[in-house]
Design a protein around this ligand. Structure first.
Ligand SMILES: *Cc1c(COP(=O)(O)O)cnc(C)c1O
Length: 339
């Protein structure tokens, strides 16, 4: 229960909150959905999600804001991305309205768990959609379950942003025409070995190169890559197998419109890292992880510093987090207060 939660000491760990939302798709339609206290799913042993990975998910946060309210950040983008994942895996889509209403009901039912404004913590929300029912054949399920749960999480960096090192992996995360652009569990299952190898060698995570030529940066673990050039441009890779990070597109916009930088999505060759003076990995969970160095073929390429965050990465982080907590005016439509 919430009495036991130390909001100043949260990590990124599962914490059972009081309520979660659950809705079923049967006979060709979604039901109304309901909140439940039961955090165990009861699904058939032949459910296609369990055998053939027919499942997708999202990750977003609710923020306690400066004015005492609670808000979502660009939640429509998460709703649209879940729809894109559903299209790719032949699963029934959730309307944007249903997605937002489900997330809103879960936050409202668990407000006791929302880390307070100023704590750096947030309420992390995990929507997911899985194929269930009695069908062992390799084909789309005939029943689906959509559920949303939440848990309080702390700021990723408790003592301020500090850079970490990454190593280039020989493994591919996703195929060129595979499911890299969708947030599906299979991509994660395929990436765990590369992550484990990197961690065993003392790195925070691995860098994936493009699956076709293995010459260009794709992703940094489960986050997108961006670099800042000597002439102050914000550059991020473009590829059919990168997950379109909402954080990344938000930083791209802020770099251009708030920091007056030039921005572009273009190929980032692993042997052209010299052009960057700073680099970072971005995603909802950590917002930005400054990249100290990248190991490739026994050479550690260090950007700004292995110990100090660079000024542009810091400024981008401060700008984005200030918008999320309502300390800085957001671009139109980015913040959705929970009524
Ligand atoms: C979720 C995810 C990201 C980050 O996306 P955000 O929308 O910024 O949270 C990046 N890469 C992968 C592989 C992901 O699954």
């Amino acid at each position: 229960m919430k009495e036991k939660i130390d909001f100043s000491n949260l990590g990124f760990n599962y914490i059972k909150t009081d309520y979660r939302y659950i809705s079923y798709w049967r006979d060709g339609q979604w039901d109304e959905g309901t909140l439940t206290e039961d955090n165990t799913l009861h699904i058939g042993e032949s459910s296609p999600c369990l055998h053939y990975g027919q499942q997708c998910f999202e990750g977003l946060k609710a923020y306690a804001t400066k004015n005492g309210g609670v808000s979502f950040f660009r939640i429509q983008e998460n709703a649209k991305r879940l729809q894109s994942s559903c299209q790719r895996l032949l699963m029934p889509e959730i309307s944007i309205e249903k997605f937002i209403a489900a997330c809103e009901s879960v936050v409202k039912a668990n407000l006791d768990y929302l880390p307070p404004y100023g704590s750096g913590g947030t309420l992390y929300i995990r929507p997911m959609l899985i194929g269930i029912g009695n069908s062992i054949a390799v084909k789309p399920a005939d029943e689906y379950l959509f559920t949303v749960f939440c848990m309080p999480v702390g700021p990723y960096f408790k003592d301020g942003l500090s850079p970490v090192n990454f190593m280039v992996s020989d493994f591919d995360r996703a195929a060129a025409n595979g499911t890299g652009q969708q947030k599906v569990g299979g991509n994660y299952a395929a990436s765990m070995i590369a992550h484990e190898i990197a961690v065993k060698k003392g790195f925070a995570d691995c860098i994936y190169l493009d699956p076709t030529t293995h010459t260009k940066i794709e992703e940094v673990g489960a986050a997108n890559f961006f670099g800042i050039t000597k002439d102050n441009r914000f550059i991020t890779p473009v590829s059919s197998s990168i997950l379109p990070s909402i954080t990344k597109y938000s930083l791209l916009y802020l770099a251009e419109h708030y920091l007056s930088m030039q921005v572009s999505e273009e190929d980032v060759y692993i042997d052209e890292l010299d052009k960057f003076v700073e680099a970072g990995a971005c995603g909802t969970a950590a917002v930005i992880t400054p990249i100290g160095g990248i190991l490739h073929h026994d050479h550690l390429h260090v950007f700004h510093s292995e110990t100090e965050v660079g000024p542009v990465v810091k400024k981008l982080y401060d700008t984005l987090t200030a918008i999320q907590t309502g300390d800085l005016e957001a671009p139109e439509g980015w913040i959705r207060p929970i009524s």
